[in-house]
Design a protein around this ligand. Structure first.
Ligand code: 5GP
Length: 113
């Protein structure tokens, strides 16, 4: 696999970030360029490039990501939120390390842009 992404450097603590929650499988950090009053990223410690590349053997990582998102929302009393995964450049993916965006704190339009 190619060089470390910014997210692996954050996981390794070689690049600073505000880590809001951490468990065995994932970290939750504030997005550096927030698109809503609350915008965090749920990032698996094990690098999966993107959701279209996930393997059956990685299913526990995927379920943990969603559980971590729900835990973060619950612990922060966030009842209404949107989860987003951008898969591929045309969908808006800029970092090739799977992550879920959790956005909240403002009304969300549909369809998304
Ligand atoms: P994507 O565009 O791949 O779905 O999401 C990548 C996200 O990572 C973007 O929302 C971007 O603002 C965020 N991001 C990129 N570099 C950094 C960084 O160094 N620190 C933090 N906290 N977020 C970053």
């Amino acid at each position: 696999m190619s060089d470390k992404t910014i997210f692996e450097k954050i996981i390794d603590r070689t690049v600073p970030a505000e880590i809001l929650l951490e468990n065995e499988y994932a970290i939750v950090i504030k997005d550096i360029n927030p698109q809503a009053p609350i915008h965090v990223l749920i990032i698996p410690k094990h690098r999966i490039l993107r959701i279209s590349e996930v393997k059956e053997s990685e299913s526990s990582i995927i379920s943990n990501l969603f559980l971590t998102a729900a835990q973060f929302a619950k612990e922060n009393n966030i009842s209404d939120f949107r989860l987003v995964i951008n898969n591929g450049a045309q969908a808006g993916e800029t970092v090739p390390h799977l992550h879920i965006h959790l956005l909240s704190g403002r009304p969300m339009g549909w369809p998304p842009g």
